[in-house]
Design a protein around this ligand. Structure first.
Ligand code: HEM
Length: 402
């Protein structure tokens, strides 16, 4: 029904996603990895699935990897398995609850809001340089350095680590696609080992001499839930970078491409008709950077779209299909920059809901606000080219004249 590796589908998945969603709320499909998944297509079902405690990101609460039909961990990929071990995305309650609360108590609204002046300064620096050049790649010359800077500021990572950050992150996130090759997996394991060693160096430095950054916060947090171990902090730092960086870059690329290809949309922000804070919700909804999330069925007798699922089966939620569901959004295929509807599925929901959403929203609204101020005549220059992937959905480059 869907061919996730078809380049035409990857370039513009919406005609197909819309068609399958209207045809059926749920359908089975076996991927290149030989695993059968039940795909959910509609907003209400995906909204409910994200909050359904009988579904989990990992099978372990109710069965072993072997029982779930998963291959054993590969010893040569061990560095990758190590950094994933304490990732919030690989845990379910009670471990997830404990770790998430501890991270939350360091990742406070005050710490996020405190980043505003530095984020604004950095956006201005990048946009001023862009103006001098006339034409830039909005991804490579703005979104990537901007988003890495934000995470580096949040973590308190020294600037000389930034270029490694990008390489490490790009290699590790390849493991989240459904068709990862042997070569990509080996590169992800190497990147994991290097990133792990770098994190441990920084953690020892902060334990010896704390500063005002998030890593120091994670090193010294202490609540009724206890404290965080070095292994937990390493997994958390890597998750924050991987989960936080690329999704934000692709939201800027996908969202700005939509805004600049829709007549008058960007002008409404540039001339002050639509506030950046409102406009970003449509950038986030229209063409989400993460298109598919999976869940394991942890209980028998779970029903979706009239189909009964049993323990050990897998669900795949199509976020792009949900965000274009006409049962929930009026004229969902219209990019309406003033829509201001923040009920999109893009940040997930339930216990794994994006912990970085407030930071992502702050970054995106500062980016848009500074673009409107410093580059009010911004235009696409050429047609952006898609990256050949579906789950992590973005462009190779988005050339614009400033
Ligand atoms: C526009 C940008 C972003 C998008 C679209 C996004 C999307 C998501 C989604 C959909 C989930 C839930 C996954 C699931 O339920 O299976 C998630 C979780 C997460 N996100 Fe984000 N995210 C973004 C930015 C960020 C940023 C900036 C950070 C951190 C600095 C971040 C950190 C995380 C973490 C740590 C989790 C795991 C939470 C948990 O499992 O409890 N994200 N994100």
């Amino acid at each position: 029904m869907l061919d996730l590796s078809d380049p035409d589908f990857q370039a513009d998945p919406y005609p197909t996603l819309n068609a399958v969603r209207e045809e059926t709320p749920i359908f089975p499909m076996t991927g290149d990895d030989g695993i059968e998944r039940w795909f959910l297509t509609r907003y209400d079902d995906i909204f409910r699935a994200l909050r359904d405690r009988r579904l989990g990101r990992v099978p372990e609460p109710v069965m072993t990897r072997e029982e779930a039909g998963l291959p054993p961990h590969r010893p040569d990929w061990q560095p990758y398995h190590d950094i994933e071990e304490w990732s919030l995305l690989m845990l379910e309650p009670p471990e997830h609850r404990r770790l998430r609360r501890l991270i939350h108590s360091s990742f406070t609204p005050k710490r996020i809001e405190g980043l505003r002046p530095r984020i604004t300064e950095h956006a201005d620096r990048l946009l001023t340089a862009a103006r001098d050049r006339g034409t830039i790649d909005l991804l490579g010359d703005f979104a990537q350095p901007f988003s890495v800077f934000v995470i580096a500021e949040l973590l308190g990572a020294p600037t000389d680590a930034w270029e490694h950050f990008l390489d490490w992150s790009h290699q590790i996130v390849k493991m989240y696609e459904l068709d990862t090759t042997e070569e990509q997996a080996a590169a992800a394991a190497r990147a994991s080992a290097e990133f792990d060693a770098w994190c441990r160096g920084l953690i020892s430095a902060r334990r010896a001499e704390p500063t005002d950054d998030l890593i120091s916060g994670l090193c010294f947090v202490e609540t009724d839930d206890g404290t965080l171990s070095d292994d937990e902090i390493v997994s958390t730092i890597i998750l924050l970078l991987n989960a936080g960086h690329e999704a934000t870059v692709n939201t800027i690329g996908n969202g700005m491409t939509a805004a600049l290809s829709t007549d008058g949309a960007y002008r409404q922000v540039a001339n002050g008709t639509v506030a950046p804070r409102r406009a970003i919700e449509e950038l986030i909804r229209f063409d989400p950077p993460l298109q598919l999330f999976e869940r394991w069925v942890l209980d028998d007798d779970v029903e979706y779209g009239g189909h009964r699922l049993v323990k050990g089966e897998k669900l795949a939620m199509l976020f792009g299909a949900a965000n274009r569901d006409p049962r929930h959004f009026d004229d969902p295929d219209e990019f309406d920059i003033g829509r201001g509807d923040n009920t999109h599925i893009t940040f997930g929901g339930g216990i794994h809901v994006c912990i970085g959403a407030p930071l992502a929203r702050l970054e995106l609204s500062i980016a848009l606000e500074r673009m409107a101020a410093l580059a009010p005549g911004l235009e696409l220059s050429g047609t952006p080219v898609r990256k050949p992937a579906f789950v992590i959905h973005g462009y190779e480059s988005v050339n614009v004249s400033v």
